[in-house]
Write a protein that binds this ligand. Structure first.
Ligand code: IPE
Ligand code: IPE
Ligand code: MG
Length: 245
């Protein structure tokens, strides 16, 4: 089985999962956060090199103040856990998205997480927090404009796909090979829209808190059945030239 180098996950369904058990939505978030830790270990065990999880979108601010407050508290305690996990498992953590809107204490913990794990050589783990693709692209365009002002680029032609990609939050990591979304929704919800251009998309009805290592393996098996062509053709798919032409 070929293991995708980079797996991106939209972890969805925490609220519905909790409600189906007669519990408040926040219980789903608590169990969901614990499952991020579990799936992180599973990804590492399977030999995945990059794992990027969507924890909070730029649109999630539309939720109730109570839910947002509970989520921020949870992200804070999850970040503390993650600092420990990164140390134990040699994991290198990055944050994508715009942390400036998060509360100061959470920002400080996130900085500590990134700083303390930056020389680790194991799983590359990206936390997407206050992340939105459109916001990321707009921020990247601003960086390009600043690069121009600073004389780092001189003319429009200097803006190539590779250069532009390097100004995204994911600048130094490869594009995802596989995107997984849990809980039955089949949309991107503003996640990694540039980076997912050629990724395989996998949707499962399993809600995130119930998603197991076995479900991750199922997704990878399905990935192995896909035929990735990147716009080209595989050997043997071309028309055979007619005799004499
Ligand atoms: C995903 O679960 C976690 C976040 C978006 C923060 P949801 O909270 O979206 O759960 P559902 O989709 O309402 O069930
Ligand atoms: C996407 O889930 C965002 C995260 C998983 C953090 P949502 O639950 O917010 O997405 P929609 O609203 O169903 O599109
Ligand atoms: Mg949802």
């Amino acid at each position: 089985m070929e293991i995708p180098r980079h797996v991106a996950i939209i972890l969805d369904g925490n609220g519905r999962w909790a409600r189906s058990k007669g519990m408040p939505r926040n219980y789903g978030h608590v169990r969901g956060a614990a499952n991020v830790e579990t799936i992180c270990r599973a990804a590492d065990d399977l030999g995945i090199k990059y794992l990027t999880v969507y924890l909070f979108s730029t649109e999630n601010w539309r939720r109730s103040q109570d839910e947002i407050k509970a989520l921020m508290k949870l992200f804070h305690s999850y970040t503390r856990t993650c600092i420990r996990q990164a140390r134990e498992n040699n994991m290198k953590c990055r944050v994508i998205g715009d942390p400036s809107a998060l509360d100061e204490e959470l920002q400080a913990s996130l900085r500590e997480l990134v700083e303390s794990s930056k020389n680790n050589t194991g799983l590359n783990f990206q936390l997407a927090l206050n992340y939105g693709s459109r916001d990321e692209i707009v921020r990247a365009v601003r960086k390009v404009a600043q690069d121009y002002k600073d004389g780092k680029i001189e003319k429009p032609e200097d803006i190539t796909e590779d250069y532009f990609a390097s100004r995204l939050d994911t600048g130094d990591i490869p594009d995802p090979d596989l995107l997984i979304r849990t809980s039955g929704e089949e949309r991107l919800s503003n996640y990694l829209m540039w980076q997912l251009a050629y990724s395989e998309l996998y949707f499962t009805p399993v809600p995130w808190p119930a998603f197991t290592k076995k479900d991750l393996i199922d997704a990878i098996e399905e990935y192995n059945r896909r035929n990735r062509r990147f716009g080209g053709l595989n050997a043997g798919e071309e028309d055979t030239p007619k005799q004499g032409s």
